[in-house]
Design a protein around this ligand. Structure first.
Ligand code: NAP
Length: 249
């Protein structure tokens, strides 16, 4: 049984896939969840589903790659919620291609959405956490950031960057009782992976390197994130937890 003490969380990329599962899992445990995504429809649908199930949520559409937009959103939210105790940096995109064919726009978009977004959100939200002497930050990285992956130079660099950021902020915030950890999913069934999961040849090739021989579910990631955000995980910081069916052993 995990304990949450009426906390408030902000989850980016909560409109679909892993972020939606994380938002719903935290809400089920009594956490008030601010659901962020790019489109108002998708984060609005997640918040509505949480409220319909008896939970507490609100939604906010903001482009996490846009530093000024995030700063404005964070200021508005902090006026409404004195502390946002939990931050899950989950929003992400892929723009895959081998390096020689990768455009600068694809490099920049992936770095901005996956990595710079963590900087944009953490800076304003971590300050009240440090003042309150309690906080949980979880960054959703990837097996690609640990092992590298041909065709994903931009994504693997962004995800590896998130690991460096996680370990650094864990050291910076530890004396204030704010923990910072990363979760590294393997292949999880979401919109991001539909083209591989639903294509028999591609999926068989991927499963060759997954010791547990199946794709993960968004809930597999949500369980780990919920634990890391709970009271019980207060002595864990600066770590990267692979939830990948054994890929990155
Ligand atoms: P997904 O199904 O494609 O959902 C991505 C979510 O991120 C959506 O809600 C999307 O908003 C939001 N998002 C994307 N760009 C955004 C932006 N600029 N501003 C605000 N929100 C934005 O992805 P997923 O598979 O759940 O992945 C979630 C995280 O896990 C990502 O960081 C991904 O890199 C990581 N991950 C996934 C896998 C996997 O196998 N699926 C593996 C390793 C790591 P909209 O709904 O508005 O479009």
């Amino acid at each position: 049984m995990l304990t949450f003490n009426q906390r408030t969380a902000l989850v980016t990329g909560a409109g679909r896939g892993i972020g939606k599962a994380i938002a719903e899992s935290l809400a089920k445990q009594g956490v008030t969840v601010i659901c962020v995504s790019k489109s108002a429809d998708s984060c609005g649908a997640t918040a509505a589903a949480i409220i319909a199930a008896g939970g507490k949520a609100k939604s906010l559409a903001v482009d996490v790659a846009d530093g000024a937009a995030v700063a404005a959103a964070a200021a508005t939210l902090l006026a409404e919620f004195p502390t946002i105790d939990i931050l899950v940096n989950n929003a992400g995109i892929t723009r895959d291609g081998l390096l020689f064919r990768m455009s600068e726009a694809d490099w920049n978009d992936v770095l901005a959405t996956n990595l710079s977004s963590c900087f944009h959100w953490t800076k304003p939200l971590a300050r009240p956490m440090t003042r309150a002497r309690w906080g949980r930050i979880v960054n959703i990285t990837s097996v690609s950031g640990i092992m590298g992956n041909a065709g994903q130079a931009n994504y693997a660099a962004a995800k590896a960057g998130m690991i460096g950021l996680t370990k650094t902020l864990a050291r910076e915030f530890a004396s204030r009782n704010v923990t910072v950890n990363a979760v590294a999913p393997g292949f999880i069934k979401t919109d991001m992976t539909t083209e591989f999961v639903n294509q028999p040849e591609a999926s068989a090739k991927i499963l060759e390197v997954v010791p547990l021989k199946r794709f993960g579910e968004p809930e597999d990631i949500a369980h780990m994130v919920a634990y890391l955000c709970s009271e019980q995980a207060g002595y864990i910081t600066g770590q990267v937890f692979s939830v990948d069916g054994g890929m990155a052993m």
